[in-house]
Design a binder for this molecule. Sequence first.
Ligand code: MGD
Ligand code: MGD
Ligand code: SF4
Ligand code: MO
Length: 596
Amino acid sequence: MNKTETTCGLDCPDACGISVQNGKIEADSNHPTSTGTLCALINKYMPHEPRITTPTIKGEEVSIEEALVATKEALDTHAKLLWRGSGNFGVMQEITNLLFEKIEGTTTKGTLCDGAGDAGIIEGREVNRILPPEQIEKAEVVIVWGKNISVTASHLMPHLEGKKIIVIDPVKTAIAKKADLHLQIAPRSDFFTAVMLARFAIMGDFQDNDFLEEFASDYEEYYEFSQEFRIRPILEYIGTDLAQMGKVLEILQDKKTVFLVGNGVQKYSTGHITLHAIDALAVLLGNIGKEGCGVGFLGNSKLGFKNPFESKTSKVQKVNTPFGDFNTVLIQGGNPVASMPNSNRVIEELKKTNTIIYFGLYENETSAMADIVIPAKNFFEKEDIRLSYAHHYVNPMRKVTECDYGISEYDFSNILLQKFGFEALESEQYYIDFWLNQCQEVNGYYLSPAYQAIPYEDGFGEDGEEEFVFPDDYDDDFIKTKQFTRARRKSKKEKITEDYWLISPKGKHALNTQFKRDNNVTLHSTLGFKEGQEVKVYSEHGEHHFIVKVDDTMREDSLLIYANAIGVNFLTPSIISEEGDSACYQEVKVKVTHIE
Ligand SMILES: Nc1nc2c(c(=O)[nH]1)N[C@H]1C(S)=C(S)[C@@H](COP(=O)(O)OP(=O)(O)OC[C@H]3O[C@@H](n4cnc5c(=O)[nH]c(N)nc54)[C@H](O)[C@@H]3O)O[C@H]1N2
Ligand SMILES: Nc1nc2c(c(=O)[nH]1)N[C@H]1C(S)=C(S)[C@@H](COP(=O)(O)OP(=O)(O)OC[C@H]3O[C@@H](n4cnc5c(=O)[nH]c(N)nc54)[C@H](O)[C@@H]3O)O[C@H]1N2
Ligand code: SF4
Ligand SMILES: [Mo]
């Protein structure tokens, strides 16, 4: 058998190229982003993860035809919802939109992932363009801000070699241990960190005046805005001081700097303004729109594409989906019972629906609640295309393995459409070509139509003709920050309680809730718990038991429970961010206690 080039379809920005030879998978060594290696998720965990092989109805094994007939009957009702997760990052996942449009079903809007940050970027730049990895390569300084890069985007690591690294993260991550400077700030204090750095930058005359005159002329108003915040109590709250702030600016001074910003900074109701303030800092220093500079967050991978799966359906929020309002709920490629915030609410809502259909690869908390279970094909077993939110390569995912069970999203949609008496879909290849034909081809690889070597080089906005818009307002109901602003300096200080921040980043051995999950809580020894001990962690939303891991590099005000941990989302709130319809997993304080 020949080498076949395909791509990893997991929801990971790297989108590694894969060669398959005689059934063995290895990194496509020519691929521009995968640097010749694949990670353990795909090499070690995915091949051994037990698959769902047989369709079931109420736990009874049935044929795929019987399961599809039952699915058709369940969907033949006035209130039906499609809730799709991001278990497979292929564009063909969205083909089920065409089915739901025709049968007048409801789909979701918003995201569990990066919507708040995206909204903040759009406020400043109008459009969220991806920062190409070549610009990271050309930087002199890299600020890794709320991104656990060695775990969640490991193929960017080689680009950091030989550069000055600053890490801003409440956790001493692997990259923080290697960094030239680590600001181990309080969770949810990034907006203040960015505003303070901007203020000190202007005080110290670090700003790039020529750049600002041309691309962001309102910077003096932003300086005034930054002066509304009082320095001393804010630095204390962040957990930093003037010397550390000065050190950051000293490292950045006149250096080509890239900011790599992760989801950690924006899992909050105010996540948008944090990204906006980080952008504003980069703009003040003249670090956007130039070679070796830029702010890379999770970009909009579909920017510039016409999407054949865009559909006119009514939509409900994805973060606090009212499942109970629907007779039938189809869950595709996700595990909302574990991955959505406020698991108690999700379970209660799902119990109110008549029929839950689970369409996926693996058994999990959600499949356990389903009435009809339909096995899917994995990305080695069907044709697809994937985009990335961190680079512009558009990667075909080709069928490289035959599998005699499971059904693709294309076949699922096509068969159901016909059972409802609608016209069949176009061919599978038609949709694949629809995407590929919009790309440029370079050295045998495809590039997104939105590719620009140096984004915002000509300016901001869709056409590069606008100026950057600075933040001019900050309002926060969650932490009582009023004492931080001059106008209200007489307000009472926030009471310190025994409540801890809950940090829930991505784990190394799992891709969200797929693969190897744990049930640990990591905390500082001063909290008084022992390694290996079982404890109860609880919040106003719910509780769960976890096993203690003691780590004295943790902040004393925070607990860490990985996003893949069993039970973590019993603790989290289902509130929606102020902008961007996004989940706010970390907008919660939790308590921890011994179990009698
Ligand atoms: N191995 C693996 N890789 C993955 C995934 C996975 O599950 N496993 N998931 C993929 C997906 S879906 C996504 S969206 C990406 C996300 O990947 P990242 O953007 O890296 O996001 P997280 O891992 O959620 O959090 C990143 C960092 O933010 C820090 N953090 C937490 N709170 C704060 C805060 O208030 N301020 C600051 N400055 N930092 C904070 C955490 O300590 C953590 O180090 O990763 C992708 N890659
Ligand atoms: N506490 C906390 N919770 C979080 C986060 C956090 O930071 N903290 N992060 C959030 C983020 S960023 C994200 S993106 C979400 C992700 O949450 P979800 O979108 O729910 O993703 P997973 O939980 O990984 O669900 C993956 C499931 O998809 C199915 N699947 C995989 N491939 C295919 C396929 O090809 N076809 C079909 N039909 N099914 C397939 C598998 O059965 C698998 O069990 O989690 C969120 N949850
Ligand atoms: S999960 Fe990410 S790093 Fe691992 S092989 Fe897939 S794309 Fe590459
Ligand atoms: Mo995500």
